[in-house]
Design a protein around this ligand. Structure first.
Ligand SMILES: N[C@@H](CCC(=O)N[C@@H](CS)C(=O)NCC(=O)O)C(=O)O
Length: 226
């Protein structure tokens, strides 16, 4: 049994992470997009998401008896079950570093973006102290990644899950008002390399189509300055 089911959402950054990784591995899978609405959020919840994930969130993966939630756990399953092509480095130290970077993207960088998302209702969020503090957190992180990418093409040296996670996270930071700028030349070059990868282009392209269909602004995807 090779085919699995991935439950995601049309604007789920965590679901997009897993879909990109599965496509990088050339896997056959059924993609179920759960209901999502800009005003109502993820409602009604998909019954399989409710059954499998006590956190009631996407992404969720079902593969026979294996039922999992949380994008980083799903990365580990994809890698263990389908090791080729590898998306973690082989050496223990490099693999640990890549995992740290992937985790940091979700747990250190993205919480700033979630704070920006919470300010959507404010007509002029850039004046709010909370917006300024989230922006400062994002910009400090951009600077660290800019320096990290000074001597390498990808975050952990070779292309890995860490790149997939941070590409999606920075896409949402840009969408919520804090994009990369011309001063981030290493990051812009990395972003260009990322969007040139067919799986990234396909998954992010579908998200862009969805945003456009809803009349929303779309951030820069590739190497251009924002
Ligand atoms: N840590 C989780 C986060 C998942 C998450 O936040 N999913 C969002 C969509 S991107 C969701 O389902 N939100 C609906 C909700 O929380 O009710 C992961 O890595 O998968």
């Amino acid at each position: 049994m090779n085919q699995f089911t991935l439950y995601s959402g049309p604007l789920s950054m965590f679901g997009a992470k897993v879909e990109i990784a599965a496509r990088e591995k050339g896997l056959l899978f059924e993609l179920v997009m759960v209901p999502f609405d800009f005003d109502l959020g993820y409602t009604p919840k998909h019954p399989e998401v409710l059954r499998i994930n006590p956190k009631r969130q996407v992404p969720v993966l079902a593969h026979g008896d294996v039922e999992l939630f949380d994008s980083t756990q799903l990365f580990e399953y994809l890698e263990d079950r389908w090791p080729e092509p590898p998306l973690w480095p082989r050496s223990v130290a490099a693999r640990a570093e890549a995992r740290k970077q992937e985790h940091s993207s979700d747990e250190v960088f993205f919480p700033h973006v979630i704070r920006l998302m919470g300010m959507r209702a404010n007509p002029d969020p850039v004046e709010a102290p909370e917006w300024k503090s989230a922006k400062a957190g994002i910009e400090a992180y951009y600077l660290r990644m800019e320096q990290l990418l000074a001597d390498r093409e990808y975050i952990a040296g070779q292309y890995s899950y860490a790149d997939i996670a941070f590409y999606m996270a920075q896409f949402f930071a840009a969408r919520h008002t804090v994009p990369l700028t011309a001063e981030h030349s290493n990051l812009l070059a990395w972003r260009g390399r990322m969007i040139a990868r067919p799986p990234v282009k396909l998954v992010v392209g579908a998200m862009v189509d969805y945003l456009r269909s809803q009349g929303k602004v779309v951030p820069e995807l590739g190497a251009q300055t924002a």
